[in-house]
Design a protein around this ligand. Structure first.
Ligand SMILES: [Zn+2]
Length: 75
């Protein structure tokens, strides 16, 4: 469980504008901007793109920032 205070300041590292908040879903933090799923290890989010799950339809990390640019603004 990630505290609300922490979630408030966390941002998706793949968002060029650093505006996309993350949402806790099970044992992952999910970015609704790009769909990246970041692991939570021992209660701490691992905001490392290389260790995260790619969103459906995305084959490489290089495509992820473009999804932020193209997707709806969430902030
Ligand atoms: Zn994102």
């Amino acid at each position: 469980m990630i505290s609300a205070d922490l979630l408030e300041i966390l941002r998706c590292p793949m968002d060029p504008r650093r505006q996309s908040r993350l949402v806790e879903e099970g044992d992952r933090l999910v970015c609704h901007g790009c769909g990246m799923k970041y692991k939570i290890k021992d209660g701490f989010p691992v905001l490392v793109a290389e260790e995260a799950e790619l969103p459906p339809g995305v084959e490489s990390l290089e495509q992820v920032p473009a999804r932020h640019a193209a997707g709806p603004s969430d902030g």
